[in-house]
Design a protein around this ligand. Structure first.
Ligand code: 5MM
Length: 336
C-alpha cells in the first residue's frame, strides 16, 4: 500500500469523515456576523478550537481542513493547531486554492486560482504538519452551463494542483462542486455532475496522478434549490451512486461529500441512504462544513464561554454523520 493511500484511508476509513473548517476569513466573518459575534482572529480560533477539542473528534473525524490563518495559530494549551489535531489521531489538512474568480470569456462562471507559487506554499504547509490539502472548483447549472470552458479549465487546474500536492507527499482532495442553486431537475444535476467529474479524472490521469492517493469531494445529486421539486432520500442516493460509478475510476479509495447548503439532517440522511445502497468499492463519507458546524455555532454565539454545551452539539453531529457513513443512522438515534 502506498504512503498516500495510507493517509487517505486514515482520513476516511473506519466510519470517519472530514471536518471542513477551512472557511476563508471573508466566509468566516459572514458566518460569525450572521450570529452576531465579532469576527476577530481570537474568536475565529476560539470557535474552531472548541470543535477540535470535542470528545468525538477521535472516533468520528479523520481529518480537519484548516485555513491558512488557523494552521499557524496555537491553542490555549500552547500547542500548535496541527499538533493538537494530530495528537487526537486526526490528520491536519489545508485549503490551498486562493478562491474562485470570474472566468474570462464566460463571466457568469468561475475559475479557481492558486497555482502560482503553490509548490513553495505546499512545502511550508508540510513543515507545519499538513498531510492533505483541498482545492475547490465551483460550477453553475443552467441550459448552457457549466460551459466546456469552465469544465476544461477547472479540471486542468485540479490536476496541476494534485500533481504538486502528491510531489510534496500529501493527499489532494479534489473538490468539483456543482452548486445546487437554480431550478434544474435532479436528472440535470446528475448529467452535469457526471460530465464534470469525468473530465476531472481525464485530466488527473493525463497528469499521472496516483489515484489511490486522492479523495474526491463532490456534491450529492439534488434537484435545484429553487426548482420546487422534491425527490426522496433514496432517489438522491441512487442517482448519486450512479453518477460516481460512471465517472470515478475504481482505484480512488473514497468519496467525502460536501453538504453544499443542505440542512444538517438532510446531509446526514442522504449520506446514510448512500451507504445503505452503496454497491461500489468506494468509501462514502462526509467532508462537511456547515452540516457539522451549524447548530454548534448557533449555540456558541449565545454564550461563547459555554464550551461544554457547544461541544455536546458538535459531538452529536459528528456521531450522527459517522453513523450515516456506515449506513447505521436512524431518526430515533438522531432524536435521542
Ligand atoms: C468551509 O467552506 C469552504 C469554502 O470556504 P471559502 O468559500 O471561504 O473559501 C468549502 O470549500 C467547504 O470546504 C465545502 O464547500 C464544504 O462545505 P459545506 O458547508 O458545503 O459542507
Amino acid at each position: 500500500m502506498s504512503e498516500l493511500n495510507n493517509i487517505a484511508l486514515k482520513i476516511i476509513g473506519n466510519g470517519k469523515g472530514i471536518l471542513a473548517a477551512d472557511e476563508s476569513t471573508g466566509t468566516m466573518t459572514k458566518r460569525l456576523e450572521g450570529v452576531h459575534v465579532k469576527s476577530s482572529p481570537e474568536n475565529r480560533l476560539l470557535f474552531r478550537e472548541t470543535l477540535f477539542t470535542s470528545e468525538r473528534m477521535n472516533d468520528c473525524i479523520g481529518g480537519v481542513i484548516l485555513y491558512d490563518e488557523t494552521i499557524k495559530q496555537s491553542s490555549k494549551s500552547g500547542k500548535k493547531i496541527p499538533e493538537l489535531i494530530s495528537n487526537l489521531t486526526s490528520v491536519p489538512g489545508i485549503k490551498v486554492d486562493t478562491g474562485a474568480k470570474t472566468l474570462a470569456n464566460s463571466k457568469e462562471e468561475k475559475i479557481t486560482e492558486g497555482l502560482d507559487g503553490l509548490r513553495e506554499r505546499l512545502n511550508e504547509y508540510y513543515k507545519l504538519g499538513a498531510r492533505f490539502t483541498k482545492w475547490r472548483a465551483v460550477y453553475i447549472i443552467s441550459d448552457k452551463y457549466p460551459s466546456k470552458l469552465a469544465i476544461q479549465t477547472n479540471a486542468q487546474a485540479l490536476a496541476r494542483y494534485s500533481a504538486l500536492v502528491q510531489e510534496c507527499g500529501m493527499v489532494p482532495i479534489v473538490e468539483p462542486e456543482v452548486l445546487m442553486d437554480g431550478n434544474h431537475t435532479a436528472y440535470d444535476c446528475y448529467k452535469k455532475t457526471t460530465e464534470v467529474i469525468k473530465k476531472c479524472f481525464d485530466e488527473l490521469e493525463l497528469h499521472k496522478i496516483d489515484l489511490k492517493g486522492v479523495i474526491l469531494k463532490p456534491n450529492m445529486i439534488l434537484p435545484g434549490s429553487s426548482s420546487g421539486k422534491k425527490i426522496t432520500n433514496e432517489e438522491i442516493a441512487k442517482l448519486t451512486i450512479k453518477c460516481l460509478k460512471e465517472s470515478v475510476p475504481s482505484e480512488v479509495p473514497g468519496v467525502a461529500f460536501l453538504s453544499g447548503g443542505q440542512t444538517e439532517i438532510e446531509a446526514t440522511e442522504n449520506l446514510n441512504q448512500i451507504n445503505i445502497h452503496n454497491n461500489t468499492n468506494f468509501i462514502m463519507t462526509y467532508s462537511y462544513g456547515r452540516a457539522l458546524q451549524q447548530s454548534a455555532l448557533k449555540f456558541w454565539s449565545k454564550d461563547i464561554k459555554n464550551i461544554k454545551g457547544t461541544q455536546e452539539l458538535f459531538n452529536h453531529r459528528a456521531n450522527m454523520c459517522s453513523l450515516a457513513a456506515q449506513g447505521k443512522w436512524s431518526k430515533e438515534l438522531e432524536n435521542k
